[in-house]
Design a protein around this ligand. Structure first.
Ligand SMILES: [Zn+2]
Length: 256
């Protein structure tokens, strides 16, 4: 049987926590079948590194996470936009979004900056990688209003099926990560049970959010297998079926 490629749609490869063993970490990823990865930039420093990190199989998403928008100004915006416009293998704008649980910035300011990056995605016809925490209604309404050509991924989704349904109804995919392996993730498990595979992509959010098997430790893309196994178990389907479908979705949305 043909070997299946797994796509990791959300990993912070340039995080300093990988400075000691980044090449080995990526080797383990490729050996585990995770051969296409979306490397995410969330703050100014990380974007700089992601923009210049060129490797086979590694694609870039550049943006500004709501946790870091206290550093936002026009210079920062132009710098980040410059990477999006000028660097190789940029496949998305993100991560961007709204976080009403924890952010140094007001709702109004978060919305303003979120919209600026959505405009960049629209201008350059790129999909978006969305962070949404305690802010699903506003994120939904804004994404609906912007009606991007390429849509994108609601990353690290942990909400209920009705909320997921709203996002897929306007063309977005749902990113499923390590939380699905946690024993107490009843709502997310119900969502995954009901959500057709055609609307799902896989992610670790590494180095954060390690699956149950490594909970509290540093995460890495090779651990996607635990997420895949859990989805297969919940949906009572084969691991291959999970991989084939989520890979197809990821390749299509990011054009990789
Ligand atoms: Zn992230």
């Amino acid at each position: 049987m043909k070997e299946q490629i797994i796509v990791e749609t959300h990993v912070h490869i340039c995080e300093p926590r990988y400075d000691v063993d980044r090449d080995e970490m990526l080797k383990r990823s490729f050996e585990s079948g995770v051969k296409k990865l979306i490397n995410i930039g969330a703050d100014i420093e990380e974007n700089k590194k992601v923009a210049d990190f060129d490797r086979d199989g590694i694609y870039k998403s550049i943006g500004l996470h709501p946790h870091y928008i206290d550093k936002f100004n026009e210079d920062v915006f132009n710098e980040i936009k410059g990477y999006i416009v000028n660097k190789k293998n940029i496949v998305a704008v993100g991560e961007i979004g709204l976080d009403y649980f924890k952010s140094p910035s007001s709702k109004e300011n978060q919305i303003l900056i979120f919209k600026k990056f959505l405009s960049v995605a629209k201008e350059y016809n790129l999909p978006v990688v969305i962070h949404s925490r305690d802010a699903h209604d506003d994120v939904y309404n804004i994404l609906k209003e912007y009606n991007l050509e390429k849509k994108g991924v609601i990353h690290c989704f942990t909400g209920n099926f009705e909320t997921a349904q709203k996002f897929i109804d306007i063309g977005y995919l749902i990113g499923i990560g390590g939380v699905i392996t946690f024993p107490n993730a009843a709502i997310l498990k119900d969502t995954v049970r009901k959500l057709p595979l055609e609307f799902m992509v896989l992610e670790t959010d590494a180095p954060w959010l390690a699956p149950q098997q490594y909970r509290g430790k540093r995460n890495e893309p090779a651990y996607l297998k635990y997420i895949i196994e859990k989805i297969a178990e919940i949906k009572n389907i084969s691991v291959d079926e999970v991989i084939i479908n989520t890979t197809k979705n990821a390749e299509k949305i990011f054009n990789i």
